[in-house]
Ligand binder design. Structure first.
Ligand SMILES: Cc1cc2nc3c(=O)[nH]c(=O)nc-3n(C[C@H](O)[C@H](O)[C@H](O)COP(=O)(O)O)c2cc1C
Length: 172
């Protein structure tokens, strides 16, 4: 039996949804991560940046853009000791400026995931997966990175069946 984990980054609070700013009590990626765990089992872990992003959406986008420009290795609050023990890693994140948040890059580079399956899922407001798969491959050149799943963030609350079907299909 393959050992599965879902690892994700998600930001609650003010966000841009279908053209307006709304206050998300649960992050879009967080919802999708839970759909995956319900569908295929395994463990779940949230990547948390060791920094406060602004609650204000526009300010947060500027902070994130600055991190990306500098390719900053944003510190992560906590690591899992045993990520290498898993065979299958579902990796979830929002699209931030065309790729994943920099804390996800820091997290990935902490491990050696050669030979592991990574299945990315990315919530977004129109840019799909962006270039995030390339970043994953650069951070973990030996991993097997699947095509992944892009989910429109505004649709996340209604996407359980689609996300679950995808997760099941990749672990079969
Ligand atoms: C800092 C920041 C940058 C973003 N950049 C993009 C982007 O480049 N393309 C896009 O389609 N959506 C972008 N978005 C929208 C998010 O990807 C989308 O709302 C996502 O579902 C948020 O997931 P979360 O609630 O799990 O954090 C951005 C949002 C934030 C906060």
């Amino acid at each position: 039996m393959k050992k599965i984990i879902t690892v994700y980054f998600s930001r609650r609070g003010m966000n841009y949804v279908n053209g307006s700013i709304v206050n998300l009590k649960r992050g879009n990626t967080e919802l999708c991560a839970e759909y995956i765990q319900r569908a295929v089992g395994g463990d779940i872990f949230e990547i948390v940046a060791d920094r406060e992003y602004s609650a204000d959406y526009m300010t947060c986008t500027e902070e994130a853009q600055d991190e990306l420009r500098r390719k900053e290795q944003v510190p992560v609050k906590e690591y899992l000791d045993s990520l290498e023990d898993y065979d299958v890693i579902f990796l979830g994140y929002p699209n931030w400026w065309g790729t994943y948040p920099m804390a996800v890059d820091t997290f990935l580079k902490h491990y050696n995931l050669a030979g592991k399956e990574i299945h990315p899922f990315c919530t977004n407001e129109g840019s799909g997966m962006g270039g995030s798969r390339r970043w994953i491959t650069a951070a973990q050149p030996g991993a097997i990175v699947s095509q992944g799943l892009a989910i429109h963030g505004a649709e996340a609350p209604h996407s359980e069946s689609r996300v679950a079907a995808w997760a099941k299909s990749v672990v079969e």
